[in-house]
Write a protein that binds this ligand. Structure first.
Ligand SMILES: [Zn+2]
Length: 70
């Protein structure tokens, strides 16, 4: 029996060959968005780009503000 999930980016059905695991990375075969498994019953996918990027942005903003004060 094929396991399917809906891509949050393009709303297309993604067919998974093997049983997915939590936090498994999956690339949408339709729009090539990198996704991650966030739920198993039913299988639910979410974007996989919200971990590393946020921390870097915060640091940069603080340093730029200090430079402009004088
Ligand atoms: Zn997609």
């Amino acid at each position: 029996m094929a396991i399917t999930a809906i891509c949050p980016a393009c709303d297309e059905t993604i067919i998974l060959n093997a049983a997915p695991k939590l936090d498994q990375k999956i690339r949408c075969t339709h729009c090539r968005t990198d996704l991650i498994v966030v739920d198993l019953d039913p299988v639910e996918l979410d974007w996989d780009d919200f971990e590393d990027d946020w921390d870097d942005d915060d640091d940069w903003d603080d340093e730029e503000d200090d430079d402009e004060e004088w």
